[in-house]
Design a protein around this ligand. Structure first.
Ligand SMILES: [Zn+2]
Length: 259
């Protein structure tokens, strides 16, 4: 009997070894996680997700509101000089189209604007939530080199890693900053999952999520930069927030110069 148990355990070890070696670990390119804001670029990658959270807070969609535009997910695209050029939000409700995530709207609008061509290879995307697999594929196709998200999607995430193992021609690099918003959003979502359900979009209409977005919005307005090189970045981020019109006219193409 003991011998049988021993054989069983050895077989399990053998099979788990086989499984581990069959995973394409060598091909997986995982994202960059900043543990601290200790460089100029880490601070930029802290400021712009804060702006994305603040924009979503400014245009917050309550659970039962009429004429809801979409889920509480938004993004800002920033050029190579660290200037924000365009923002969008998820609009799946108003468009009656489940593909109208912020990334889809951003890419399809922006590439029709003057001065833009097939690709967005000189831009960085800052988003409140890690892109889903549909958007990860699309962002890869338009050659976005870098995506920074404020919250990891603990239900349907790791999409950059998945794309990096697929036979896509390219993939972006995902970054995130281990700041208070990320920690709070992810911890709150874990609690929410335990108590209610695991839908991230349901979580993003509840009051605990809203409070974290509100805090990011306040922090952005009072933020004192660590690195003097980022004085201009915080100034333009604050102005960008002030100037955005949250009423998104879905029928009219928006381009940066019109915003
Ligand atoms: Zn998506």
């Amino acid at each position: 009997m003991r011998k049988n148990i021993l054989y069983f355990i050895l077989t399990l070890f053998f099979l788990s070894g086989l499984y581990a070696t069959s995973l394409p670990e060598d091909n997986v390119v995982s994202g960059v996680i900043y543990e601290k804001i200790d460089t100029v670029s880490a601070e930029v990658d802290h400021i712009y997700p804060m702006l994305a959270l603040a924009i979503v807070y400014k245009d917050w969609q309550e659970k039962n509101m009429l004429n809801k535009q979409g889920h509480n997910i938004g993004l800002v695209i920033v050029d190579e000089n660290n200037m924000p050029v365009f923002w969008v939000r998820n609009s799946v409700h108003a468009t009656h189209n489940g593909t109208q995530h912020g990334e889809v709207r951003l890419v399809s609008n922006l590439l029709n604007c003057e001065g833009f061509n097939k690709y967005l290879d000189k831009y960085t995307l800052y988003t409140t939530l890690e892109p889903c697999i549909m958007c990860a594929g699309m962002l890869s196709m338009v050659q976005i080199p870098k995506v920074v998200y404020a919250q990891k999607d603990l239900s349907c995430g790791n999409t950059q890693e998945i794309i990096s193992t697929a036979k896509y021609p390219r993939y972006y690099k995902a970054f995130t900053v281990e700041n208070g918003y990320k920690k709070d959003l992810e911890e709150c979502f874990e609690q929410y999952k335990i108590c209610k359900n695991d839908s991230i979009t349901d979580f993003l209409v509840n009051d605990s999520a809203k409070e974290i977005f509100r805090k990011a919005s306040n922090d952005l307005q009072d933020y004192k930069v660590k690195f003097k090189e980022n004085r201009r970045v915080i100034k333009v981020a604050q102005e960008f927030l002030q100037n955005i019109q949250t009423k998104d006219n879905l029928d009219v193409l928006q381009c940066p110069k019109n915003m």
